[in-house]
Design a protein around this ligand. Structure first.
Ligand SMILES: Nc1ncnc2c1ncn2[C@@H]1O[C@H](COP(=O)(O)OP(=O)(O)OP(=O)(O)O)[C@@H](O)[C@H]1O
Ligand SMILES: [Mg+2]
Length: 455
């Protein structure tokens, strides 16, 4: 049950207010009224409304709409999420246009048409609520990411060395390279390494080091000063400076271009950075963690990655095994995600059926923990009862005649899964990537590697 929507109506004419109040009440809204801009602000400061409906003129002898427009601006400052609808005199188009420009969601002309007014109000109450909900969720996500450490479920034997290294080198200043397939938990491990270090109270700055085009890389990592590029409006602090005293997490390190590798190496050797276009040298104290799903030794052999940089980064190396090599973790992880998602969606789901557990265990999880997480999340939304059925998991059944998964090479299996996912999603790469637990860029790299045409 959602609570009755509350509407605040403002007009200086008592008969208008009374008519609107009766209309809204009859339609199941709760209506509060105000007769001046000051009263509106006062009320919005102290109470929550789902929508504010305001007239543009408040003093008998004015028709300029100034008061209403000023009120609108103040409302936007006070609470940008509350939808404001304005009432304008019939035929005063400029007033309506100006109001929309200042952030009104809609306008109705006076004298109003009851049905149109109610429809407008209903729409904006709904949209406003959806907007607030999504902002709330985002806020929570940001905080969850920023604060604390994500859970690290690792009961399998294969994960023991990982936990040991975290214990042993976590607290040190050693640079750590984390390698593993997509979705194996590299970022989770990076956050743990930071959290158990003496730098834990200082920032952990994460950056997708492989995602920048020429030129942007330097400014992202080292910062720049005003005018360094035509569109560099002000000074910019780079990731190294932001992470000073803390930890810098360089994700997708294998994708850093050779020229940029040289610059990175220099900074790691000297601990000194220069913002782009600045002669000032700044000392930074940063521990560097990096991650990749590529084989850097091979990249070095091919001449694509500098060996000296690799040795700066991998003082210690952590290898995260793919999920299929730590099957004992599958059910504990699945239960963990189930509890989290059930709480998030307010669903009373306690467990998996035996056949769902079997399906989880039988799957090869090419997208690793992330794929498992997505699959459980989807199943929580799909489940009808208090337990998750195998069919809720949406794991692809093997089709007759196709080679069983465990007889394929890894590459063949990957190719097959990608083709199937594309088929299921009518060639939509984003959706297929999501279904596989891959980022879009990871998907595109694979499409290229397997020479698959999409779209
Ligand atoms: N051991 C684990 N316990 C609990 N959750 C985990 C574990 N490993 C991974 N996850 C969760 O799985 C998801 C993927 O993990 P993460 O982002 O760390 O993977 P990744 O190796 O960095 O993937 P990519 O290579 O695609 O960037 C995250 O939501 C993470 O919280
Ligand atoms: Mg990652």
């Amino acid at each position: 049950m959602t609570r009755t929507p509350r509407i605040l109506v403002a007009d200086d004419q008592p008969d208008v207010l009374e008519a609107l109040r009766i209309l809204l009440k009859a339609e199941g809204f709760e209506a509060a009224t105000a007769t001046s801009p000051g009263a509106v602000i006062e009320m919005v400061e102290h109470e929550d409304f789902d929508l504010v409906l305001i007239d543009l003129n408040y003093t008998r002898d004015t028709t300029s709409g100034r008061e209403g427009l000023d009120l609108l601006s103040r409302l936007r400052d006070l609470d940008p999420t509350v939808p404001v609808v304005v009432m304008t005199a019939w035929g005063s188009v400029e007033g309506a246009v100006e109001a929309m420009r200042r952030g009104a969601r809609d306008y109705v002309e006076k004298p109003w048409d009851n049905e149109r007014l109610l429809a407008t109000i209903r729409t904006h109450v709904e949209l406003g609520r959806a907007l607030r909900r999504s902002q709330l969720l985002e806020g929570e996500n940001v905080r969850l990411k920023g604060e604390g450490v994500p859970e690290l479920i690792a009961t399998s034997k294969a994960m023991r060395p990982v936990l040991e290294i975290i214990d042993r080198v976590g607290p040190s200043d050693a640079n750590v390279l984390i390698v593993g397939e997509h979705g194996t938990g590299k970022e989770v491990v990076a956050r743990w390494l930071h959290a158990v270090s003496h730098r834990a109270k200082r920032p952990l700055v994460a950056v997708n080091a492989g995602g920048f085009s020429e030129g942007v890389f330097e400014s992202e990592l080292f910062g720049h000063v005003r005018g360094a590029f035509t569109d560099a409006k002000g000074d910019r602090v780079g990731c190294f400076e932001l992470a000073d005293g803390g930890t810098l997490f360089l994700d997708e390190i294998a994708n850093v271009r050779p020229q940029q590798q040289a610059k990175l190496l220099r900074v790691l050797e000297t601990g000194e950075i220069q913002r782009v276009d600045s002669s000032k040298i700044r000392k930074v104290d940063v521990r560097v963690l990096s991650a990749t799903n590529a084989n850097l030794a091979e990249a070095v052999a091919r001449g694509e990655f500098r060996e000296d940089l690799l040795y700066r980064l991998n003082t210690v190396e952590i290898r995260l095994p793919p999920l299929r090599d730590r099957r004992e973790d599958i059910l504990p992880l699945a239960r963990h995600f189930l509890a989290k998602q059930a709480a998030r969606y307010g669903r009373a789901i306690e467990d998996f059926t035996q056949s769902a557990r079997d399906a989880l265990m039988a799957h090869t999880w090419p997208g690793n923990v992330r794929e498992l997480q997505h699959s459980v999340e989807r199943s929580v939304l799909m489940a009808r009862g208090s337990r998750i059925e195998a069919s809720d998991l949406g794991l692809r059944q093997r089709e007759d005649g196709s080679a069983p998964m465990d007889e394929l090479t890894l590459d063949e299996a990957e190719r097959l899964l990608i083709e199937k996912a594309l088929e299921r999603h009518q060639g939509n790469v984003s959706r297929a990537a999501e279904a596989l637990g891959l980022s879009r860029s990871a998907m595109y790299r694979r499409l290229q590697r397997h020479d698959i045409e999409a779209g």
